[in-house]
Design a protein around this ligand. Structure first.
Ligand code: ADP
Length: 368
């Protein structure tokens, strides 16, 4: 089977007068697993449906393996889509559901039987081939829906929120199965999701979408540790990154030193020379950059609004003296109580700065 390489160039789409995608370009590598991540309404499904051929584009091009596909009917594109609602035929067996598309395409019966058997083996549903969808659990039905895509031997799988109908435990299991599937299937994958954990665990690269545009494309940890702008910074990571207005302090050191509204000073590892001259700045702190200090010491004092015990760690939501809210981390057996006044240690070494345009500036990459 040939390897997929998808190329989107300057794709635009409006519904009537409402623009939905504004100049979207993206290159995908062979066998890559990409996640479109973004809030509801950011255009993720529309983009996926344009690639699948279920939606037309107003401008731009879609190429797969170098061949232009945006004018081809869905069945001729070499892609297969898996929907959130499995859309199985209830009166047909699992076997016939999986075979249906191939029969329509007049694939010889022998070939159909071998492809269905192979997909059933990969998905471990061989024992259910003669059941009707109504006799199966949600997770099994979702596997049949994936099986129906696998038998088409697509170059590219398009998955539209395929796990969102499943309960939490099943979602986790199916996520692991999808990760395994991509090891065994010689194809590329795009998954649409609003669930960052799903995107982080499955994808080689995440495409973060908002406001009709791609905000950032990168491997999961790059998106997490070097967010391009305040939208990505707040959208990826849970709980969300604290963003606090700061003042840049004068100095001749290579790195920016800033002061929070409450007076606490933070020494970053962000090259001063990279920051725009003048203009507002926001400091970005992940919970793991802010620790509860022993005995109320530490650079900043804060009042505790909420204590969230997660077992292996405790999240502390607090307010600094100037009213700025901040999220800190403490050990699992934290003694912090609601209403306490606590000291916070802020570790500026991996903190972020965002300029007046919202663009991110990050610590210099550590030498390996
Ligand atoms: P997402 O998948 O990120 O939730 P969608 O691609 O479904 O976003 O939708 C993007 C925007 O396009 C939304 O504002 C949505 O209301 C609008 N939209 C989607 N489909 C249609 C349609 N068929 N007609 C009109 N507007 C639509």
């Amino acid at each position: 089977m040939s390897l997929a390489s998808l190329e989107l160039s300057n794709v635009r789409k409006s519904y009537g007068a409402t623009p939905v995608l504004d100049d979207v370009s993206l290159s995908m590598e062979a066998r890559e697993f990409i996640a479109f991540l973004g809030p509801s309404g950011s255009g993720k499904s529309t983009l996926l449906r344009i690639i699948a051929g279920l939606e037309t584009l107003d401008a731009g091009e879609v190429r797969l393996d170098g061949q232009r596909i945006d004018q081809l009917p869905p069945g001729d594109r070499g892609v297969a889509m898996v929907f959130q609602h499995y859309a199985l035929y209830p009166h047909m067996t699992v076997r016939d559901n999986m075979a249906f598309g191939l029969r329509n395409a007049r694939v010889p019966e022998e070939e159909i039987a071998s492809r269905v058997a192979e997909a059933a083996r990969v998905l471990e549903i061989e024992a259910h081939l003669d059941k009707k969808p109504g006799q199966m659990s949600g997770g099994q039905r979702q596997r049949v829906a994936i099986g129906r895509a696998i038998v088409k031997h697509p170059k590219l799988f398009l998955l539209d929120e395929p796990l969102s109908n499943l309960d939490a435990a099943l979602r986790m299991r199916t996520r692991i199965e999808l990760a395994r599937l991509r090891q065994t299937v010689d194809a590329a994958f795009i998954i649409v999701t609003h669930d960052q954990a799903e995107a982080m665990t499955l994808a080689d690269r995440i495409v973060v979408m908002n406001d009709r545009r791609i905000q950032q494309v990168g491997p999961p940890m790059e998106i997490y540790s070097r967010p391009a702008n305040t939208f990505v910074a707040r959208f990826v990571g849970s709980p969300a990154m604290t963003l606090a207005p700061v003042e840049l302090l004068p100095g001749d050191g290579p790195y920016a030193r800033v002061r929070l509204g409450s007076g606490a000073e933070v020494e970053t590892r962000i090259p001063r020379a990279e920051l725009p001259a003048g203009g507002a700045l926001q400091l970005g702190l992940r919970p793991e950059n802010v620790a509860v200090a022993a005995n109320g010491s530490g650079a900043a004092s804060a009042k505790v609004d909420l204590v969230e015990r997660l077992g292996e760690r405790t999240l502390v939501y607090a307010t600094l003296s100037d009213g700025q809210t901040i999220t800190a981390e403490d050990e699992g057996y934290s003694r912090v109580q609601l209403g306490d006044t606590i000291g916070l240690e802020i570790d500026g070494a991996t903190a972020h700065l965002f300029d007046a345009d919202g663009n991110g500036h990050h610590a210099e990459a550590q030498a390996q």
